[in-house]
Ligand binder design. Sequence first.
Ligand SMILES: Nc1ncnc2c1ncn2[C@@H]1O[C@H](COP(=O)(O)OP(=O)(O)OP(=O)(O)O)[C@@H](O)[C@H]1O
Length: 302
Amino acid sequence: MAAATTSRAAQGMGAKDEKLVFETTEGIEPIFSFDQMGLKDDLLRGTYNYGFEKSSTIQQRAVVPIINGRDVIAQARSGIGKTSMIALTVCQVVDTASREVQALILSPTRKLASQTEKVIRTIGDFTNIQAHACIEGKSVGKDIRKLENRVHVVSGTPGRVDLEEAKTQENAKLQCALQDIQLQFKETKELLAKEREAAKKAAEVVPIIQEVSVVDPVMLEKLTNENEKLKALVSSLEKKIDETEKKFEETNKISEERIKNSLVEDCYAQHVTAEGTALVQQVEDAVSNYVNFVVVLLHPIL
Ligand SMILES: Nc1ncnc2c1ncn2[C@@H]1O[C@H](COP(=O)(O)OP(=O)(O)OP(=O)(O)O)[C@@H](O)[C@H]1O
């Protein structure tokens, strides 16, 4: 059950946070100070060093549940600290003593994927975290070499990460997967076509997300924009799932595992590019059979 709370004055990034009203899952209490979030000392040092003094409203509500392994849907408008929240949580959950990929972050644009990687490296400066941005337009060879040298975090755009993940999958021990979804951005339609193509290709090789589920999600703001367009998107997704399942069953040439993977890829492609917030919830439901690691869905209210 969601409970509406108003953020307290001067408890975050400043005046722009003060008037925000949050609808938050019952039992989720905002934690105003980074000190009280149980963050590693080195991470706290990096956070303060970066110039953050107090957590932003979304950080107050999302960081601790994510760190505790809870699936989270977080919505906040641009500039409220979502990217930094991803960086904080990833730096906290990654075990830097191990050299395996433990966090995968998908962003809809190259700029955002690079930005996320930079913030992780800056906030995590004292933690020895190794992050790498896998984005189109950069050398695939360099990406592969980086991944072979074992990085902890991959931040990328969907097409490129599919490829890299396919090649390095045995190295991946995922603790969390995060998607930063920018809805209603200009290239939505082009991207939709492109991502779906990339997802299809990846499903032929090896999927990026093998098992995804959302259990007991923490709702950080009310999902809005439930409209006909969204319903149409959701129903097209469901139809696609049915068709895929049927096709695979009929041909019987493909394993049960591959069916799951293909479905998740499809959900994922629609999910990243959909033009509305309520779809996130629907996509979660669609992939809810595949439990393995934490799923965090982020999207701004524009
Ligand atoms: N707790 C904080 N204290 C001070 N500054 C912060 C804090 N969190 C984030 N910021 C700063 O606020 C700006 C926006 O943060 P961030 O990019 O994380 O927000 P966002 O919600 O992801 O924005 P967008 O949707 O535009 O990507 C950045 O300059 C970031 O460094």
